[in-house]
Design a protein around this ligand. Structure first.
Ligand code: SAM
Ligand code: SF4
Length: 329
């Protein structure tokens, strides 16, 4: 098991497949100038599958989520999914994507064994999308969502980040649209993980703001404290059900005490937390013929040292050097 000194057990592995992306969301990446990871440093498909195998068979990982950067930019993704689906025990597999490549890949990913997708979409307005992501690709995301739903990668979840002066007024429209299309919407508070280090706490839309805005149009019923478990989203039943909406209040109501995640970057570093400032290298061990059991031991030791919380409220908080796109969101 991947247990830490606070008794938390990590069963959910986030794997970043690349730090590259075809969008440039302002809360994640700068317009230009971000240094990519060097190709020789990136894990190969075989190395990724081996590490996931170690996590599943030696360390109790039950759920694997592929992310990035944009994971659909990795050509080997369907093959990786297929090989992970053949592991015993077979983990649940999902993908966090900006949705642009889904129209082309959803059916093949489903056939390879992917269970679900989370698609990031912050706005229903193509012009706002273009400002927010610095690319004119709104239509591709909408078509990607439709393809994922049609392929049965369900429930299709949507992640939305709201930003003042851009899309902060869109919460009710996004929810009405998600309900209409049978997508499960979750709002994520903007976190200090932008490459430009421009995040300001007083410049963010809080979970409280989002709920106030949603309640102008919907009746939201608390799903009940017991339902949240280790899930970061607090969920509300919309207008009596069956649809729900989630709010991930990473900043104003952090869920660190129930965290069950471990992370692997595209260059083979274990991170205990999105906000960790230290990493543990597994790539070196992989490439030095270290046996699986020993690699599992290095991973266990890394997770044992996981901090109690992200420390956003701590005056000594330091934003990690890597931006969200290179950590894997
Ligand atoms: N490219 C894929 C995507 O956008 O879904 C996967 C990687 S992205 C880093 C994963 C998630 O992190 C997205 O839902 C994105 O909106 C979110 N994200 C990125 N930067 C963020 C930030 N500073 N605060 C909160 N969420 C952020
Ligand atoms: Fe790319 Fe996702 Fe970051 Fe947007 S949030 S720039 S889509 S990695």
């Amino acid at each position: 098991m991947l247990i830490d000194t606070y008794g938390r057990v990590a069963t959910d592995l986030r794997v970043s497949l690349t730090d590259r992306c075809n969008l440039r969301c302002t809360y994640c990446m700068p317009e230009e100038g971000l240094q990519w990871l060097a190709k020789p440093d990136l894990l190969t498909d075989d190395e990724i599958v081996r590490l996931i195998g170690i996590a599943v068979t030696h360390l109790g990982i039950e759920e694997v989520r592929f992310t990035g950067g944009e994971p659909l930019l990795r050509p080997g993704l369907p093959g990786i999914v297929e090989r992970v689906a053949a592991l015993a025990p077979r983990p649940q597999m999902s993908l966090t994507t900006n949705g642009i490549g889904l129209k082309r890949t959803a059916a093949a990913l489903k056939a390879a064994g992917l269970d679900r997708v989370n698609v990031s979409l912050d706005t229903l307005r193509p012009d706002v999308f273009k400002t927010l992501t610095r690319r004119d690709r709104h239509k591709d995301v909408i078509e990607g969502l439709e393809a994922a739903h049609a392929a049965g990668l369900t429930p299709v979840k949507i992640n939305s980040v709201l930003m003042p002066g851009l899309n902060a007024d869109e919460a009710p429209d996004l929810l009405a649209w998600a309900v209409e299309h049978d997508y499960e919407l979750r709002f994520i508070e903007q976190m200090p993980l932008d490459a430009q280090h421009g995040w300001k706490r007083d410049g963010m839309v809080t979970a409280g703001d989002i709920l106030t805005s949603l309640r102008t149009r919907f009746r939201l019923t608390d799903e009940g404290a017991g339902e949240r478990g280790s899930a970061p989203a607090e969920r509300w039943i919309v207008d009596g059900g069956p649809h729900r909406v989630g709010v991930i209040a990473s900043v104003t109501r952090p869920f660190c005490a129930a965290c069950d995640r471990t992370r692997l970057t595209a260059d083979g570093q274990v991170r205990t937390c999105l906000f960790a400032t230290e990493e543990t290298d597994l790539r070196g061990a992989l490439r030095s013929d270290v046996p699986d059991e020993e690699i599992a031991g290095i991973w266990r030791t890394a997770m044992w040292g996981k901090k109690a919380g992200a420390g956003l409220d701590d005056p000594s908080f330091v934003q990690p050097d890597r931006p969200m796109s290179a950590i894997g969101g």
